[in-house]
Design a protein around this ligand. Structure first.
Ligand code: PMP
Length: 327
């Protein structure tokens, strides 16, 4: 029997704002970056964004942006799905991000968030294809959740009563702000009911993903995750995890439909995402996962992931964009 105590920790106090953000083509002092209040409502409906982590490598005195190109590619795809054209190329956005980190003297783990939206005076829902989107980029300090295996102890989860949005309703593969209402409802429900996180089923009744992360289970030495047509965001961390298992840890990975009860009998389970990183799942609907502690493959993966994202493991140097110290 699993205790009803959750592992949720108290929220840290908010860090002060960085000096600058990047908006519509240039650096703007944080406090001067304002919009008219009437622009808030409809502009958010079609807004899409990215969440990117940069990791500070102490030994090399370098800030590494993890898989920047993959995130910019996904931002382009999300904008396309919203029929929003971009006034900036990926190269321009990549330079903008580096400039922003440099101007803010970022020398610690950082979360970078480009947001694309329809600005101007037309309501956001009408502006599609009549004008290009606008882009805003913020970068704020955000420490990693992983410190060896002494980071997060893991999450107690439930199967959410909320169903994942489907491709013919609001495409989950777009990282759209509006999609996050689905995630927020699931997360809030889980939290109110005493869990750390919810796992969301899709319209076929199969497992899709967590509120803000993809999910994996381990059964009999095989790593299993729902496929990319199961109503998930095409997660960059999911792709990283699949490659690390196959190429480095030499563990087979299968992408297929997953039933909720497979989570009840799995030997291991974990969430993965840029923000969440690798988060062990300790129980689902009070069914203990494995021993009730992070499993051996999850721990191995978490150690490897930390070395890769922080640029200590040079086998995946192509995934590292130098933040600004060695441009
Ligand atoms: N699914 C959802 C719903 C998410 O919000 C996230 C976080 N972006 C993920 C999966 C993980 O995606 P990524 O690994 O690209 O951050």
């Amino acid at each position: 029997m699993v205790s009803r105590r959750t592992s949720r920790k108290a929220s840290p106090s908010p860090a002060p704002n960085p000096a600058y953000l990047w908006s519509s083509g240039g650096l703007v002092p944080w406090d001067e970056a304002t919009v008219h209040i009437s622009a808030i409502a409809w502009s958010t409906v079609s807004a899409v964004f990215e969440g990117i982590r940069a990791y500070w490598n102490e030994g090399e005195e370098e800030l590494y942006i993890f898989r920047l190109q993959s995130h910019l590619d996904r931002l382009r795809d999300s904008m396309k799905l919203m029929r929003m054209s971009s006034p900036y190329s990926s190269e321009e956005l990549s330079i903008a991000i580096t400039e922003l980190l440099k101007t803010n003297h970022a020398r610690e783990d950082t979360y970078i968030m480009p947001l694309a939206y329809f600005g101007g005076s037309l309501p956001g829902y009408r502006a599609a294809y009549q004008q290009p989107g606008e882009i805003l980029i913020t970068a704020r300090p955000l420490a990693s959740n992983m410190r060896g295996n002494r980071g997060s102890r893991g999450s107690h989860c439930c199967i959410s009563s909320w169903v994942r949005i489907s491709d013919n309703v609001m495409p989950p593969r777009a990282k759209g702000i509006a999609n996050y209402q689905n995630s927020r409802l699931a997360e809030t429900e889980a939290s109110i009911n005493g869990y750390d996180a919810g796992i969301i089923l899709n319209t076929q009744g199969k497992v899709a993903e967590g509120s803000y992360a993809c999910v994996f289970i381990v059964r009999d030495g095989v790593v299993i995750t729902p496929g990319i047509t199961s109503g998930i965001l095409e997660s960059i961390t999911r792709d990283t995890v699949i490659r690390l298992f196959r190429d480095v840890l030499k563990v087979p990975v299968v992408e297929r439909d997953v039933d909720r009860t497979e989570f009840y009998v799995a030997q291991e389970a974990f969430f993965c995402g840029t923000y969440m990183e690798i988060e062990p799942i300790l129980s689902v609907d009070r069914y203990t996962t494995g021993s009730g502690r992070p499993g051996p493959l999850t721990r191995k993966l978490r150690r490897l992931y930390q070395d890769v994202v922080r640029g200590r493991d040079k086998a995946y140097a192509q995934w590292q964009a130098p933040g600004w110290h060695r441009p």
